[in-house]
Design a protein around this ligand. Sequence first.
Ligand code: AMP
Length: 144
Amino acid sequence: MRIRDVLRGKGDRVVTVSPDTGVDELLGLLARRRIGAAVVSTDGTTVEGIVSERDVVRAFAERGASVLGERVGEICTHEVHTATPQTSVEQLMRDMTDGRFRHVPVLVDGRLAGIVSIGDIVKHRIDELETERSALEGYISTAR
Ligand code: AMP
């Protein structure tokens, strides 16, 4: 299974924020959209970083409430691990586990073409296992 199969189910929409966005505004966005991370991008297609709720927690633990007055560009991760639609789901699961991150932007020709979270991967695997189970049950009952 490939990442394109996961994106087929969830679509290619990606929530982005510009590096100039305030951290207070970012928190409102994450809460409203019920997401844990946003891709940092000025033009909405080129990845400049990724910012997750963990970055806010870390900065808050270090500097306290003043982090709310900072910009996303100051707290985000700039070296972003990305995937392509051809990346295998197994490879991405390994990368997420090794790198300890739960979000991976998907790029086509250097432009944003989706994002996959660990929740999307878990959902995809459960659907896959359900399909396999139904097929096996059908096989067993017709073999009797
Ligand atoms: P997450 O588990 O995705 O909420 O993120 C945990 C930490 O990893 C945060 O510091 C994020 O900025 C960073 N992070 C999240 N996704 C990625 C990624 N695809 N590549 C590199 N760092 C990431």
